[in-house]
Design a protein around this ligand. Sequence first.
Ligand code: GLP
Length: 249
Amino acid sequence: MTAPPPTVVVDRREQAEAELAREIAALVRDRGRLVLGVATGDTPSGLYRELARMRREEGLDFGRVVAFGLDEYLGLAPDHPASFARQLRENVFEPLGIPESSRHVPGDAEGGDEYERRIRDAGGIDLQILGIGRNGHVAFNEPPTPRESRTREVRLHAWTREDAVPAFGSLAAVPERAVTMGIATILDARRIRVLAFGRRKSAIVARSLAGAIGPDVPATFLRDHPDLRVWLDRDAALELEPARRAGRS
Ligand code: GLP
C-alpha cells in the first residue's frame, strides 16, 4: 500500500497560501528561472494574490519564470470572461509580471503533442500547482482517466459543467469540450502542490487521499508522485481521518 502523502491541515486557507507562496518565492530567488504549472479556479486565487503582494512589497522578480496553464475550455474566444487564458492573464501573468514569451496556455498550442513539446523544451515543470474538482478530476482529467494520459481534448463531466454555471450564466453556455494536460503530464512535474478548501471538497479529498488508486478518481494517481504535498483547511479535511481509519481496519 502506498504511504499517505504529506498532508498539512491548516485552520485558515491563508496559512496554506502563505506557506506555498514562501516555497515558490524561495525557488524563484534561488534559481531565478523556474517553470511553474498554474491551475485556475477559486482554489489557487489567494496564492496568486500572495505572490503578487510579494512582487509589489518585497520585489520578488518573476521575470525568468515560465508558466504553463493546465487546461482550457474549447470553443471560447481567448478573451471570453470565463476562459482560463483570461483568468491566468488577469490573476497570474499580469500581476506577477511573467514575460509574454514565457506564458503558455493549452488553447494556444497546435494540439496536445505541441503543448507537451513546449513543456519539454522549457525543461519540464518544476512545480505544479493543483486544485481538485468535486468528482476527483485534476485539470480536466475527468473520471475515468488512465494514468498514461497526455495533453488532449476531453468531454466535460456533468458535475464539472454544473460547477461552471456561475462563470457562464447558464448550463447551456458551458462548453462541452476542453483541452487538458494529462495525468502523466502532471506526474512528470518535479514537485506537485495541491490545495483544497471548504466542506464541499471534503468527500473527494477523502477519496483522493485515502481511497483506492485508479482511473475512477484521477486525483488518486497523484499519490504515486515522489514529491507531493497537500494543504487542506479543516473543512476540506473533515472526512479524511475517518476514511484513513476505515482503510486500515
Ligand atoms: C476546474 C479546473 C481545475 C480546478 C478544479 C477546481 O474545473 N479545470 O483545474 O482545479 O476545477 O476548481 P475550484 O478551485 O474552483 O474548486
